[in-house]
Write a protein that binds this ligand. Structure first.
Ligand code: C5P
Length: 401
């Protein structure tokens, strides 16, 4: 969503790094972005437009004076369409022409006609990059709001060593994806978010417990993303080995009952409640004061139902916007939508457990998000990224209400 809501004009200027831009298109599209490629005349000396056409799925534009292309989508239309103009590689010549606000080819004209974000991934020889003229042009573009990605330092195509290499496509994707959520309209400014994360552990005796498998990573990432979106965040955390995200207030608990009490003490002040914790459904009827001695071949442990924190919050007469999680192994949508209705939630985020590269201890995840009358898929990605997409969806749903 964070990239899926974005439309990129990728401007390719003349540099040996132009070949890396082919991979960049692929990676942007993998993350859900739409990409249209515009090449300068110099870029065509390095890569053929056919390569970009194949990876972008759209015809590539190379000239301002192409009648058929102008008839399909005029350059002003293309400039308006773009949420982002990403120039990679950005040659010294292109940077100079942008700094002078020239409009002598299609790419520079688009840069003037577009109100979208301008990103530059410079690529040139290290001596050129260090030149005061180039640095002055870059400073001037920066002052006008352009965002720089790189250049990186290292061995160059010409054999030199130093700063001037274009950043790797993955780094460029991370940089363009990493804009503040508020910038894409996903603001939670002034909203108070209360949430749960991690497992709960239910003690049997002083050394044993029953509990759920949960690293807490997804919930902590959601807390960080909500904070980034401008919310005040209180995170009720079960036992996990994670650092508290910057600016988030954390309350540590161990058992479901403690988590329940910590939530209920604060829920009246919350605008949003997000239940990401893997709460143990049952706890031992009573905790033994002393370690239970080994005896017999079997051991029957009597358990009693824990309070359903999420359902209880959703059932309150004056309630916040309520978001639940669901870990499902099959028929994800059916089960998640069932839970959405049964617990009277505003939104539910379901993940399929057991999917390769996804879930519990992993740093990656994918979510299917549902609400009454709608839904959206958040593709497999870093949990931090998936969390930002989820927060963007919550902000959008809340704004609609
Ligand atoms: O019903 P199920 O346990 O699958 O529901 C999962 C959702 O309910 C999660 O959002 C979880 O945090 C929340 N939950 C809760 N209290 C419980 C059990 C689950 O808040 N006792």
């Amino acid at each position: 969503m964070v990239l899926a809501a974005r439309r990129f004009v990728l401007g390719v200027s003349g540099g040996i790094a132009a070949y890396k831009a082919v991979d960049l298109v692929r990676r942007l599209r993998e993350r859900g972005a739409e990409v249209r490629v515009v090449m300068t005349a110099a870029a065509e000396h390095f890569v053929s437009p056919t390569s970009f056409q194949a990876v972008s799925g759209h015809p590539v534009r190379t000239a301002l004076w192409d009648e058929s292309a102008e008839a399909a989508m005029g350059h002003i239309e293309l400039a308006r369409w773009a949420t982002d103009l990403l120039v990679a590689p950005a040659s010294a010549d292109l940077i100079a022409r942008l700094a002078q606000a020239q409009a002598d080819d299609l790419l520079t004209t688009l840069a003037l006609a577009s109100a979208g974000r301008l990103w530059l991934a410079p690529a040139m020889n290290q001596q050129m990059w260090a030149h005061p003229g180039v640095q002055a042009n870059v400073a001037c573009l920066r002052a006008r709001g352009a965002r720089l990605v790189g250049p990186a330092e290292g061995e160059q195509a010409c054999g030199d060593f130093g700063a001037g290499r274009m950043s790797e496509p993955m780094e460029i994707v991370e940089a363009v994806a990493g804009i503040d959520l508020r910038e894409i309209g996903a603001s939670m400014q002034g909203k108070r978010v209360l949430m749960t994360a991690g497992p709960t552990l239910e003690d049997i005796d002083p050394v044993r417990f029953v509990g759920n498998r949960s690293s807490g990573k997804m919930g902590f990432a959601v807390a960080a993303a909500a904070r980034e979106a401008g919310a005040e965040v209180v995170l009720i955390a079960g036992p996990v080995a994670l650092c508290t995200p910057d600016g988030v207030t954390r309350v540590d608990v161990r058992s479901a009952k403690q988590m329940h009490d910590a939530v209920m003490a604060r829920v009246d002040e919350a605008d949003v409640f997000i239940a990401a914790a893997a709460v143990a459904d049952y706890r031992p009827v009573a905790m033994l004061d002393n370690k239970r001695k080994k005896s017999g071949d079997t051991w029957t442990l009597e358990l009693v139902l824990n309070p359903d924190i999420l359902a209880e919050v959703a059932a309150r007469p004056k309630r916040p916007f309520v978001v639940g999680f669901a870990a499902e192994t099959e028929r994800v949508e059916e089960h998640a939508r069932g839970k959405l209705e049964r617990k009277r939630l505003d939104m539910i985020a379901a993940n399929r457990v057991g999917l390769e590269g996804c879930g519990f201890e992993s740093c990656d995840n994918a979510l299917s998000v549902y609400w009454a009358g709608g839904g959206e898929e958040i593709n497999l990605g870093a949990k931090s990224d998936v969390a930002r997409s989820l927060v963007a969806l919550i902000a959008a749903r809340m704004a609609e209400r």
